[in-house]
Design a protein around this ligand. Structure first.
Ligand code: SF4
Length: 493
């Protein structure tokens, strides 16, 4: 173990939009993607990303990715503390390394860049990241030799902002799963050795299951990973470049126990929760049922981060069984779901395995089936559509518009996102609002109308049974009302 590592402090943090529990509702966190708008900023912050509780500046829960790094550094004997961004002034003077976790630091992610290009303002999450980096206490500590290391899913954006990296004295940016290399990089930082400006974790340094440490302090909204990677290989996605690994039940349960210190249930995180334990794109009935029975035997409720329509559509009976287990404890659950397109032709080109075990040409039907099952069994999906993929034709957009008509009656949110060059399409051009044609506009309006139709009942469901529901609900309703009014004025009826 490194001597310097024992005596020197490593401080970990993230900006305000990430260090929040979003009123215990991950979906509310999507509000951080929007730019300042009709709601005063202070009220918007209170509604969508209120500060998390802290003990002397140490948050009671922190982003899961940051907790993993904290656990890894502790395992390697470093003196590390995770701190709320508003309390950095208390800790950073004594630190020699500051680790910052990022999701969408410049608002270039699909959701925030779509909002920003329509509303022409910097999204909140970019604003708060900039505010974090401009904190006087960080500048002061930098002068005394503080090293800044950045990691998290949003680091790819720094390649588009070299000037920002230079101006803010960012020493090292790590892209990929960092468990096996973070100790070495922090040790080098503490020893004043050279750091790589941009370190892309190669496949050979991606951790195996037994090299991924368990979190030692609670994660925000009780998130626990159940696996990493995805085998579907969509061209526009970077997750797909990582190997598929599923965690054993005991590992998941131990992390749930850590989270239970702050109460609540468990939000299972994987690119496709339905595929837990499976080596292919066909769900494993036994493992998925056991996972849910085990988790719900231990905690109050459950949520999913993501799931695929194909996996749901391929096993309706299994999905109904899982829903029965979940609904014995709660009235609904949510997940992020990728629809991306209603065109079989485009699906074939950009995501040929997304429909698997069905054929890519069956994709629109898979979407209808999967969404129907979700509606019937009370899973509420927050869905994404990709707009402006380089290979998209007018006919593809028409097919997606037609699909939207078929999904009218499905309780869901459907958000169109402008194409962002990532994954195997990372060298392609960005899609900007200036490239939008009449059909794109029609699609955007369809989505807006769909969401307006469902949003009131979703707000009710999201806050059902929460003591603060009465307090918050009118504000969310007001926000939706104002947006509806603006849309009406713009001719969207
Ligand atoms: S978009 Fe989803 S399904 Fe496709 S590769 Fe990425 S994680 Fe897998």
């Amino acid at each position: 173990m490194d001597k310097a590592g024992e005596s020197c402090k490593v401080v970990l943090t993230a900006d305000r939009t990430l260090m929040s529990d979003y009123h215990h509702n991950e979906f509310v966190g999507f509000g951080t993607c929007a730019p300042p708008n009709v709601i005063p900023d202070w009220l918007y912050k209170f509604l969508f990303f209120p500060p998390i509780k802290t003990n002397d500046g140490v948050p009671v829960a922190a982003p899961y990715g940051l907790r993993k790094i904290e656990a890894q550094l502790l395992t390697e004997g470093f003196n590390v503390v995770t701190v709320d961004p508003d309390y950095l002034w208390k800790y950073v003077d004594e630190a020699r390394v500051l680790g910052i976790h990022v999701m969408d630091p410049f608002g270039l992610g699909p959701a925030s860049s779509t909002f920003a290009s329509i509303l022409k303002k910097e999204p909140f999450l970019a604003q708060y990241f900039r505010m974090l980096m401009e904190k006087p206490e960080i500048k002061r500590a930098k002068k005394h030799g503080l090293k800044i290391i950045i990691g998290g899913p949003g680091v790819w954006q720094f390649k588009y902002r070299p000037k920002f990296v230079e101006e803010h004295g960012i020493d090292c940016i790590i892209e990929g799963e960092a468990e096996k290399i973070i100790g070495r990089i922090v040790r080098n930082a503490l020893n004043n050795e050279d750091l790589p400006q941009y370190y892309e974790v190669p496949a050979c340094e991606t951790p195996h299951l037994d090299e991924i440490p368990e979190i030692v302090a609670p994660s925000i909204n009780n998130l626990v990973e159940i696996g990493r990677g995805c085998c579907r290989g969509c061209k526009f996605c970077s997750v797909t470049l990582r190997p598929l690994r599923w965690y054993p039940y005991n590992k998941i349960l131990r992390e749930i126990e850590v989270n239970m210190k702050v109460g609540g249930g468990a939000c299972l995180h994987a690119e496709d929760v339905m595929l837990y334990g499976s080596k292919s794109t066909i769900p494993d009935d036994e493992k998925l049922i056991k996972l849910h029975e085990t988790v719900l035997g231990k905690c109050e409720g459950i949520g999913w981060s993501h799931c695929s329509l194909a996996a749901v559509a391929s096993k309706p009976k299994l999905f109904s069984k899982i829903s029965e287990i979940i609904l014995a404890k709660q009235s609904w659950w949510g997940a992020e779901v990728g629809i991306e397109t209603g065109s079989a032709e485009l699906a074939k080109k950009i995501m040929p395995a997304k429909a698997h075990p069905f054929k890519p040409e069956e994709w629109p039907e898979v979407v209808r089936m999967g969404m129907g099952l979700m509606h019937d069994y009370k899973l509420i999906p927050a869905c994404t559509l990709i707009v402006g993929v380089p290979e998209e034709t007018e006919d593809d957009i028409i097919k997606t518009i037609e699909l939207m008509d078929d999904l009218k009656g499905i309780r869901s949110l459907i958000v169109p996102l402008f194409f962002v060059p990532m994954g195997r399409l990372k060298d392609e051009d960005w899609f900007k609002e200036t490239k939008m044609n009449q059909l794109h506009m029609e699609l955007l309006i369809k989505c807006l109308k769909h969401d307006f139709y469902w949003i009131d009942s979703l707000i009710d469901l999201a806050f059902k049974g929460k003591w603060y529901a009465k307090l918050l609900r009118p504000f969310y309703r007001l926000f939706v009302g104002v947006i509806k009014y603006k849309a009406k004025k713009a001719g969207i009826r």
